[in-house]
Design a protein around this ligand. Structure first.
Ligand code: FRU
Length: 328
């Protein structure tokens, strides 16, 4: 199932008389000194988990998924850091974890650019690095795990076209546009809308709500003031869609429009669809379990793919009681 192990890669290089890059080793295994001592219940592997914030329910869920998956393995110990939505703090925390001699780093970065360098430095020190959900720039990390945000955005766009019959006025409330899911969910949505084919479909208001419900509510208040009619709101996450709903409801305009979001946590987005607050939400899995599975492979010296793409599902009022619908 997995690509050749580190041992196989190293042997392959030796046979090819230096044809392989020496960096092949860094992608497979932790540093030799640490690996000689750790990996038992008495002396477990030390995993550093750098989380960009715990102010949003989805991230609390991610940490919980990591924690529960790791607890099944007595040879793993996870140290959690919460950057409280501050990229500079997250940089410092990654450096601290590296100084603590972790055997492996899992990071869900707030923003791509500021976290690229500390991640690359950990990787250069031969610490395997799993980048989870939001990306960094370049390729100096071991593996990326996350769902395909362009695809999710595209599905949301196609859903919007269908729900509106190809005609209507749209508000887009974006996630932080310095983070990769914000950029990708925007790009995919516009692809799915195919505005060039739908002259009566217009995005009339667009704002960055930075993934935060209170910001989304404020931006939606501006949209409601400037736009006499809104047919659909696409928010890049469910807290954003809920913020938009609260603003529309306060203005007695919630019935006028359809609302769609992303994340589909059972106790958040899926619940909103059940209650008729949202019309659709798309699953964005946390990847916590997959991160621990991948960590175990890496700590065992196995190679893993550079990218692990997680699936998604659509939840609407028609399918929510059936657990949503898988998107191929
Ligand atoms: C939580 C969150 C989720 C979103 C993800 C994107 O911080 O905003 O709502 O899907 O981050 O990285």
């Amino acid at each position: 199932m997995h690509a050749p192990t580190q041992a196989a890669l190293v042997t392959g290089c030796a046979l090819a008389l230096g044809a392989c890059k020496p960096s092949a080793k860094s992608d497979a295994a932790p540093s030799a000194s640490a690996s000689a001592q750790r990996g038992t219940a008495q002396s477990p592997w030390l995993i550093g988990m750098s989380q960009c914030n715990l102010g949003e329910p989805w991230r609390v869920q991610m940490n919980q998924d990591v924690k529960l998956a790791a607890e099944k393995h007595p040879n793993l110990k996870v140290v959690f850091k919460d950057a409280q939505n501050d990229s500079l703090r997250q940089r410092a925390q990654v450096e601290e974890l590296v100084a603590q001699k972790i055997d492996l780093l899992i990071i869900s970065p707030k923003e791509a650019a500021p976290l690229t360098q500390p991640v690359a430095e950990a990787h250069r020190k031969k610490i395997p690095v799993i980048v989870l959900d939001r990306g960094v720039q370049g390729d100096e990390f071991t593996t990326f795990i996350g769902a395909d945000n362009v695809k999710i955005g595209r599905e949301a766009g196609k859903w919007a076209v269908k729900a509106l019959g190809g005609k209507g006025l749209i508000v887009e409330l974006e996630g932080l546009m310095t983070s990769t899911p914000g950029q990708d969910r925007h790009k995919g949505f516009r692809e799915g809308l195919e505005l060039e084919k739908h002259p009566d479909l217009k995005v009339v208001f667009e704002a960055d709500m930075q993934w935060l419900e209170p910001n989304a509510r404020k931006e939606m208040e501006s949209a409601l003031t400037t736009q006499k009619k809104i047919d659909l709101v696409y928010a890049h996450n469910d807290p954003g869609a809920h913020g938009a709903y609260l603003a529309a409801k306060a203005a007695s305009r919630d019935k006028e429009m359809k609302l769609i979001g992303i994340d589909a946590l059972p106790h958040e987005g899926v619940e909103y669809v059940k209650q008729g607050i949202l019309d659709a939400t798309f699953l964005y899995p946390t990847g916590g379990v997959e991160a621990i599975d991948t960590a175990l492979d890496l700590l065992a010296g196995k190679s893993v793919p550079k990218k692990v793409v997680l699936g998604t599902r659509a939840f609407t009022k028609d399918n929510v009681s059936l657990g949503g619908e898988a998107i191929p």
